[in-house]
Design a protein around this ligand. Structure first.
Ligand code: XIL
Length: 381
């Protein structure tokens, strides 16, 4: 081999290696580009960064998606949490189809001085509900608590009656067609079944109850009007007395459409005979509703207590679902982060369906399971 031919064969080899390397590089580029497109979630514009999609929120079954038609699932809501806490808002909007103002519609908050109304807090809540396609349950028009200071027990019965009438009329008129049901009279009975000794009873006599219903009906004839109480979930002297009161009111033509059972319960005791009790009220021709359900647990709340709590929540839902007249079930707050229980029942807490980090507790799972077995989800679900 001459020097010339050696040089020429070396350059041929160099050219071949270069070409081969080039081919490998090109092939690598093609593969990288192709696999890059494969991962892409949408059309990408050359030279611009494609924003990655938001991290998916954890999927779970929601109560509002599973409730049978005609039975609302509600919660009390706290105006402060509504404006400050976006997780609270998200859960509220996705889990419930009905809301009750926990405090915003109580007399003291709505009418801080005579004839001067502070609608804004409750209005914000109603606006949120409308945006979230939720109904609003109004709470409450006549109660012995949260009566503003300016309402004086020294007034004459005539003056007191006029003030009560003006309040009921103003509030129901303001929310006409935006509130589907009202707790017109709250907690009118004592534990022994007699009418509770309140300012209203003392000054106006027992007729204040019928009057309040008539005034509310005149202000919004399409709102459903409820009488609401606690400790009436089971058969007792108090629930017997409530039954008689509702029967008598309706016999007099008073527009009482429904009876609300607050259901502030305890995990250690399953309610006995709830469905049968609801049924005897339904037999009067009224709707019934669970209006303030929570199940307090003696702290510390361990797994066994949370399982007992789940059984109570499930029992109450099962009772409501088994009575056709039961039109709604409302829980009194949905997260342990914001519940009235620790502040009002010393040594108790953990009363809600979700824990303080908004994670579902066994009670939520139990309700979902009950709803799921009653009404199987559609194909693909
Ligand atoms: C409670 C609220 O949850 C508390 O935030 C407030 O301080 C007191 O009232 N029965 C009722 C509700 O009808 O209005 C009460 O709500 C709980 C008992």
């Amino acid at each position: 081999m001459t020097a010339d031919s050696r040089r020429s064969s070396r350059s041929t080899l160099l050219l071949a290696v270069t070409l081969a390397l080039g081919a490998v590089l090109l092939a690598t580029l093609v593969v990288v580009t192709a696999s890059g497109h494969g991962r892409s979630t949408g059309p990408s514009v050359a030279g611009s960064a494609t924003p990655s999609p938001p991290a998916p929120t954890p999927e779970r079954d929601r109560l509002r998606d599973l409730m049978p038609p005609g039975v609302r699932i509600g919660t009390a809501i706290d105006g402060r949490a509504l404006s400050l806490d976006s997780t609270y808002r998200d859960v509220l909007a996705t889990e419930f189809d009905t809301v009750t103002a926990e405090n915003a519609m109580k007399w003291r908050n709505l009418e801080p001085s005579e004839g001067v109304y502070a609608w804004v807090g409750a209005d914000q809540l109603i606006d949120f509900a409308q945006r979230s396609r939720q109904s609003v349950y109004g709470h409450t028009l006549v109660w012995h608590n949260d009566v503003p200071q300016w309402v004086s027990p020294d007034w004459s019965p005539e003056r007191l009656r006029a003030v009560l009438r003006a309040h009921v009329t103003a509030v129901v008129s303001h929310y006409r067609d935006r509130v589907w049901a009202w707790d017109v009279v709250n907690e009118a009975l004592d534990e022994d079944g007699t009418l509770r000794d309140t300012l209203w009873l003392r000054k106006l006599g027992p007729g204040y109850i019928a009057d309040a219903f008539r005034w509310a009906h005149a202000a919004d004839p399409s709102a459903r009007l409820f009488i609401n109480d606690y400790g009436t979930e089971e058969r007792s002297r108090k629930s017997d007395a409530l039954l008689k009161l509702v029967r008598d009111l309706r016999a007099q033509g008073v527009p009482v459409d429904g009876v609300g059972f607050q259901a502030h319960l305890e995990s250690a005791r399953r309610p006995a005979g709830l469905a049968a009790n609801l049924r005897r009220f339904a037999a009067l021709g009224v709707s019934v509703a669970i209006t303030e359900l929570d199940v307090r647990v003696k702290l510390p709340a361990g797994p066994a207590q949370l399982r007992q709590q789940a059984a109570v929540y499930r029992d109450v839902l099962a009772a409501c679902l088994s009575v056709p007249a039961c039109v709604s079930l409302t829980v009194w707050g949905f997260t342990d982060a914001r519940s009235w229980i620790p502040g009002y029942h010393r040594g108790y807490g953990a009363a809600c369906l979700l824990d303080a980090q908004y994670r579902p507790k066994p009670a939520h799972t139990a309700m979902i399971e009950l709803l799921g077995t009653r009404r199987p989800r559609g194909p693909g679900a």
